[in-house]
Design a protein around this ligand. Structure first.
Ligand SMILES: NC(=O)c1ccc[n+]([C@@H]2O[C@H](COP(=O)([O-])OP(=O)(O)OC[C@H]3O[C@@H](n4cnc5c(N)ncnc54)[C@H](O)[C@@H]3O)[C@@H](O)[C@H]2O)c1
Length: 235
């Protein structure tokens, strides 16, 4: 069925009633993206036209170099007044948890897997996609833990989850475009790292360390150390 995406809200609603859930969700996502592109044709700093990338996932101003994302107009050079939803997930295989680092992290620091939600996605879909993209794992169970506002470098709403993989399906493929390293860490290793979590001394002697207490990543890891079964319990 062909649908005119630029129609009025009433037209869209009529069309939605004729579709199954999956197609209706695709349609609302497409319409939201088109509306967003339509409203972000010019850079708010330079006033110049912005250019859409091939995938249609962002717009860039060739003059100011500002990148505009549908989730929030974040870029280091413009303080964003909008919040972007970000999922952060601690994956466990029952006895170990998966930690990863990006090359931009301070030396030796490992954290849970994080990523921005895409437009049109549910939180569950974002968690599953991010984990698959970053380490190639398929998740079994997901459990919401907590959320946090995070202002670095721009406003994000961090949504933290525990997740588990099927027994035996633990082989990871690290996406080196996104991560510098990732690996499974035993309960003992993580509990010890939490106890001696002083970034300064850790960086000196080369041992791995975890995000500071104020980060929701730390809370997520601490929760797992205190109750390793939390990722496999029913939601
Ligand atoms: N509080 C915590 O415990 C904690 C832990 C990990 C990450 N974070 C925060 O979560 C956010 C995401 O983490 P990450 O590891 O994916 O970060 P990242 O900054 O490495 O971003 C990954 C990619 O997402 C893209 N991006 C940037 N802003 C975007 C937006 N608004 N919408 C869509 N894509 C965007 C960029 O192209 C970037 O290359 C960061 O702001 C980070 O500071 C917080």
């Amino acid at each position: 069925m062909e649908i005119e995406l630029k129609g009025s809200f009433t037209d869209l609603r009529k069309a939605l009633f004729q579709l199954n859930t999956k197609d209706a969700s695709l349609l609302t996502t497409a319409q939201a993206l088109l509306r967003w592109h339509d409203a972000h044709q010019f850079c708010s700093r330079s006033g110049q036209p912005t250019k859409k990338n091939v995938a249609g996932s962002k717009r860039v101003c060739p003059s100011s170099k500002i990148i505009y994302y549908p989730q929030a107009p974040t870029r280091i050079s413009i303080p964003s007044s909008q919040m972007a939803p970000v999922v952060i997930t601690l994956v466990s295989d029952g006895t170990r948890c998966l930690l990863a680092r990006q090359s931009s992290f301070p030396k030796g620091m490992y954290s849970a897997l994080a990523g921005f939600c895409d437009i049109g996605e549910s939180l569950e879909e974002a968690v599953r996609r991010e984990v698959a993209e970053e380490v190639g794992l398929e998740l079994e169970r997901l459990k919401y833990s907590a959320s946090q506002h995070w202002s670095f470098p721009n406003s994000s709403l961090m949504i933290a989850c525990h997740a588990s993989v099927k027994p035996g399906q633990t082989e990871i493929q690290v996406n080196l475009k996104e991560l510098e390293a990732a690996g499974w860490f035993s309960h003992d290793e993580v509990a010890t790292a939490l106890r001696r979590n002083n970034p300064y001394t850790q960086q000196q002697n080369g041992t791995f360390w975890l995000p500071p207490k104020l980060a929701i990543a730390h809370q997520l890891i601490k929760e797992w150390v205190e109750k390793p079964s939390c990722s496999t319990l029913p939601a």
